[in-house]
Design a protein around this ligand. Structure first.
Ligand code: SF4
Ligand code: SF4
Length: 106
C-alpha cells in the first residue's frame, strides 16, 4: 500500500503549453533549527525539490536543503505538511533576483 502511495504522489502531468509559459520563480526558506528531521517535506514534495542535508541542526537532526529550486511549483505543500513550521515558499521578488545577479557578479 505504501509503495502504491509513493508511486502516485509525484506530479506526472505536464501542461501542453509548458514550453511557452514561464512559471514564477520560488524562494524557499528553511528555518533549519526548527526542523525535527521528519523528512515529510522531502518525501511528499511532488517535484522532488528537496533533499536531506549533511549538516546537523540545533535539534541534532539533518534539516532539508534545496536540491533544485527551478522545479518548485510553489504549491505550498511542504509548508502545509511541516509539523514544526520550518519551511515556507514565496514567489521570488524582482529585488531578490537582482540581489542574486549582483552576488554572482562579485
Ligand atoms: S512548494 Fe511544492 S514544489 Fe515547492 S518545494 Fe514545496 S512541496 Fe515542493
Ligand atoms: S517537514 Fe519540517 S520538520 Fe519535517 S524535515 Fe521538513 S522542514 Fe524538517
Amino acid at each position: 500500500m505504501e509503495k502504491q502511495i509513493l508511486a502516485t504522489k509525484k506530479l506526472w502531468r505536464k501542461p501542453l503549453d509548458a514550453e511557452k509559459i514561464k512559471l514564477p520563480e520560488a524562494q524557499i526558506y528553511i528555518i533549519k533549527d526548527r526542523c525535527k528531521g521528519c523528512g515529510y517535506c522531502i518525501q511528499f514534495c511532488p517535484k522532488e525539490v528537496l533533499e536531506e542535508s549533511e549538516e546537523i541542526n540545533a535539534r541534532g537532526v539533518h534539516p532539508p536543503k534545496v536540491k533544485d529550486p527551478s522545479k518548485c511549483a510553489l504549491c505550498g505543500f511542504c509548508t502545509a505538511i511541516c509539523p514544526d513550521l520550518a519551511i515556507y515558499v514565496v514567489e521570488k521578488t524582482s529585488e531578490k533576483k537582482e540581489e542574486e545577479k549582483n552576488e554572482r557578479k562579485e
